[in-house]
Ligand binder design. Structure first.
Ligand code: SAH
Length: 242
């Protein structure tokens, strides 16, 4: 059916004839909210096997079955770009995860910095936000969302070949140039918390050979705006928008 419009993230393998067992929330959404019945077609993806058309084979109140009919799109992975950000208030943190998924980050790592004021961040909820964002933007890939990790610990073990675009609000227009041309290789973007980076964090970052410092213009942006701006900048210069 060419008019299958509903896209659903499922956490199961997809392939010709593969049966997908729906959980209660999925069954409720498809059969109670969207009022689909047996024989209806939807699109499913799991972040690994591309997008598939799947037909409803059983529609119950709390469960149901789909059967994979045909692949409609291959897996399209984003560039090897991680987003490191210090969690902020819940709604703004949710926004960052949603936008990072839409803009094409491969991995999202919440970092605890000296001035991070994130109260109780729920990583399971952030993961759900990432798959919902992928459902809506037509993506076939869902970025991995890590548990919160202290910035110092993450940097102590940082891969030597992965560059970090450190968004530093003190630079005001004197950014280092982003390298141009060729495959970009592995990268990460680092966005600080509303309180900025501490002195010792700044010293640590400035000393790392992998770090490229970036300005996002003459105004101080909120962290959620900065995340969107930096992802845009990177994607346009080095990523899959070229
Ligand atoms: N409290 C800080 C501002 C932090 S803004 C201060 O007033 O100095 C939150 C984060 O967004 C910063 O740590 C930085 O990573 C990023 N950011 C905001 N504006 C920026 C800019 N103009 N250039 C580069 N990074 C910026």
């Amino acid at each position: 059916m060419a008019n299958a419009k509903i896209r659903l993230f499922v956490d199961q393998p997809l392939g010709q004839g593969q049966v997908i067992a729906l959980n209660e929330a999925q069954a409720n959404y498809l059969f109670a909210v969207m009022r689909l019945g047996v024989g209806a077609a939807i699109l499913v993806f799991n972040g690994r096997d591309g997008e598939w058309r799947a037909d409803v084979a059983e529609a119950g109140k709390r469960k149901g079955l789909l059967v994979c009919a045909a692949q409609t799109a291959p897996l399209q992975s984003p560039p090897d770009l991680w987003l490191l950000f210090a969690p902020i208030k819940k709604a703004r943190t949710d926004f960052i995860v949603e936008k990072a998924t839409e803009l094409g980050a491969a991995r999202i790592i919440p970092v605890q910095t000296r001035f991070t004021s994130a109260d109780r961040i729920r990583v399971d909820k952030l993961r759900a936000h990432a798959s919902e964002a992928a459902e809506q933007c037509g993506g076939t890939f869902v970025p991995q969302v890590d548990d919160v990790i202290p910035l110092g610990k993450l940097l102590a073990d940082w891969p030597p070949d992965r560059r970090i675009l450190w968004c530093n609000e003190h630079l005001a227009g004197v950014a280092e140039a982003l390298p141009k041309g060729g495959a970009p290789g592995p990268w990460a973007i680092l966005i600080g918390p509303e309180g900025g980076f501490s002195e010792s964090e700044q010293v640590l970052l400035a000393a790392m050979p992998q770090v490229v410092q970036a300005s996002l213009g003459p105004r101080i942006l909120r962290a959620d705006t900065a995340a969107v701006a930096a992802l845009t900048l990177w994607q346009a210069h080095l990523g899959d928008w070229k």
